[in-house]
Design a protein around this ligand. Structure first.
Ligand code: PNS
Length: 159
């Protein structure tokens, strides 16, 4: 059974993340979305909120599970029996960071491969930060995130 982890901050998950998630789920027997609990990074949503928002979006995907994790990604992969990490690549600008992360993870554990999936061109500009900024200024985010996430973001921005 081939298990992959799709890790990220997902603060919040965008439709670009969701597209990568669905495509990865079709390539592996089981996909675990790993939501990083990172105390050093100031997140808008708690790990529980981020997990719940992703869960709501993947109800129809039977081979996907969402978990949060702390610490090293390769240790989380070991814990859940995953041999692959999924990362989305949007543009050349993502490459340097992703290569560094791949190299660090590979150095730590040769048994965990990284599989890169290219984002669809329509999502090439999309990131959690961009969505938060648009929402902050009251712009339309309806095509960028799920309806539930759009609603939660709008509420959070007006608090
Ligand atoms: O969505 P993001 O914020 O780009 O995801 C980054 C993430 C969560 C994949 C990365 O920060 C991560 O794996 N963090 C856990 C610590 C770790 O294992 N780092 C890699 C070795 S330096």
């Amino acid at each position: 059974m081939k298990i992959a982890v799709y890790p990220g901050s997902f603060d919040p998950m965008t439709n670009g993340h969701l597209d990568i998630l669905k495509r990865a789920a079709s390539l592996f027997d089981h996909l675990i979305v790993g939501v990083l609990v990172n105390n050093n990074k100031k997140c808008l949503f708690s790990p529980e909120e981020r997990v719940d928002m992703i869960n709501e979006a993947i109800q129809d995907l039977e081979n996907v599970r969402v978990m949060h994790f702390n610490g090293l990604l390769v240790d989380f992969c070991d814990k859940v029996g995953a041999t692959a990490v999924i990362r989305g690549l949007r543009a050349v600008s993502d490459y340097e960071y992703e290569v560094q992360m791949f190299a660090a993870n590979y150095h730590l554990n040769h048994k965990v491969e990284t599989v890169f999936l290219m984002s669809q061109p329509k999502y090439s500009f999309l990131s959690s930060s961009v969505v938060k900024e648009i929402a902050y200024y009251g712009g339309n985010i309806n095509e960028l995130v799920t309806p539930l996430i759009a609603e939660k973001l709008k509420k959070r921005m007006t608090k």
